[in-house]
Design a protein around this ligand. Sequence first.
Ligand SMILES: [Zn+2]
Length: 149
Amino acid sequence: MARKTRSIDKQRYRMLKEMLGERRREVHEKLRSLRETLPVEAGVVRDAEEQSVDDFVTEVDMALMQMKSETLSRIDQAISRLEDGTYGLCQECNQDIAAARLKALPFAALCRECQEDTESTVRAAREARAFARLQKELVNVTLRTGGRS
Ligand SMILES: [Zn+2]
């Protein structure tokens, strides 16, 4: 199957590549500083309250890191699409992504219609994951409190 490609003029290509590279460095830097702030002394015994605050902070940082990593891979994908000439084309329906959308979201991989289609699926998956985690936590709490006598 021959995939539709699109020729972008050199200037635009360079500009986009530079911009994506810059965003990439920026996100990479943030990710690194986040990693550095994560508590490392996991073995240190603390009182429960302190620990739960720490756990919360770690969890938020982890979520942030996850988000940054996702952004990073989206940027990488945009750069490779730029290189293989499919940049600006929807990965789902192969139509041109609106210029205004690309301007606002330079690493958008989907047109608005397709994005809206997947968003409801993604949201459902996210909710399912959150629920699974909550269940796991509940089990852990039960095990922890049940193990004490
Ligand atoms: Zn589409």
